[in-house]
Write a protein that binds this ligand. Sequence first.
Ligand code: ZN
Length: 84
Amino acid sequence: MCIRVRFAPRDQLEPWDAEQQIIAIPDELSATTLYTLRAVRAVLRQLGIDQEPFGARCWCGDEIELFPAIPQQRRSDEVIHLGA
Ligand SMILES: [Zn+2]
């Protein structure tokens, strides 16, 4: 099972759920991919998983999906809004 990422309020945060293999990132870091990626990589390194210069890698070598909770439609809307 691959590592997944979720967002949670900072006061309820457990950065690493070993049982479910979920990395939890504070809500406020979900605003930009850069912040999310940095936070996820920091946790992965603490877990002893070597990270390449870009992206976030699971221990199996797969790229970790950073935004599982955001529906595709909403992301498209945001892109359009930012581009306007
Ligand atoms: Zn994996």
